[in-house]
Design a protein around this ligand. Structure first.
Ligand code: 6CM
Length: 257
């Protein structure tokens, strides 16, 4: 049984993922670790984060920023969800089979490349926002568990990082869509309260703390006021829908730590 458990943890251990042999690996490693660090920084102090949405335990912050006249407002959100683990939430965010169940802005999704079981390249087309052109996104997506160096006793810290990339088969602007450029991460940690023998833990004892960060460059003209209004409406909708989807998916399944 010990050996079996070991092999399960090896299959999700970044140091041995077959993705290390891919040409994108240095970038995947660097961006994922940067995003983890960035997600764990607070939203107080001189960061300039403004709270723009609040609902129960969910808080969403943004900073108004522009690049070449385009809105690129960074977004950071925190949420606390009961009854699910960090691994379950990250797995649902990463896995293509769940995406259409929670991603409300999605029109179509293709797996452009399977780098390994923890690293995929996605091509997605998103619903058009009037009066702008339709958008698509081509990005690698990587899931991993990471040791928590801020609290080595608390394990079970997971991240999914999505970052725009290029692919010769899917050049930008070839399908009437304008390509957006994104860096997104979701970082999750499980807490068990009260601390218990692992075999006796029920879903009522677990809480998942979620941090979601996103920066999207719209890639071409989109009116700033419309984009900001869409973000203000769509991001809270996404996080609420995504987290209730996770609870619904997991509730009758064995807990996956
Ligand atoms: O992070 C989110 N989703 C991930 C998986 O799909 C991934 C994708 C990010 C794409 C973000 C680009 C959105 C730009 C398209 C415009 C949206 C149009 C809305 C029109 C509705 C009528 O990281 C969640 C992303 C949530 C975005 C609100």
């Amino acid at each position: 049984d010990r050996l079996k458990r070991k092999s399960v943890s090896i299959s999700v251990d970044s140091t041995v993922t077959p993705a290390v042999n891919h040409k994108l690996w240095p970038e995947i490693e660097k961006v994922t670790m940067q995003q983890l660090h960035y997600a764990r920084l607070g939203v107080g102090g001189a960061g300039g984060w403004q709270l723009f949405a609040e609902d129960g335990d969910m808080r969403m912050y943004r900073r108004e920023e522009e690049a070449d006249g385009l809105v690129v407002d960074p977004l950071k959100a925190c949420h606390v969800v009961k009854g699910v683990t960090a691994r379950e939430v990250c797995q649902i965010f990463f896995s293509p089979e769940y995406r259409s169940g929670w991603e409300t802005t999605l029109e179509d999704m293709t797996i452009a490349e399977t780098i390994s079981n923890d690293t995929l390249v996605f091509l997605q087309t998103h619903k058009r926002i009037w009066p702008a052109s339709q958008r698509d996104a081509l990005f690698w997506s990587h899931i991993r568990s990471v040791p928590d160096d801020q609290d080595p006793d608390a394990s079970d810290l997971w991240i999914v990082c999505n970052h725009s990339t290029e692919h010769p088969q899917y050049p930008p602007n070839s399908n009437k869509c304008v390509r957006v450029y994104l860096t997104v991460c979701i970082v999750c940690q499980t807490f068990v309260d009260p601390p218990k023998d692992p075999n006796k833990i029920s879903r009522d004892d677990i809480t998942c703390k979620i941090t979601y960060c996103s920066v999207v460059n719209p890639g071409g003209w989109a009116p700033a006021s419309v984009l900001r209004a869409v973000y203000k409406r769509e991001y809270p909708k996404f996080l609420k829908r995504f987290t209730s989807f996770c609870i619904e998916q997991c509730k009758d399944k064995p807990i996956l730590f």
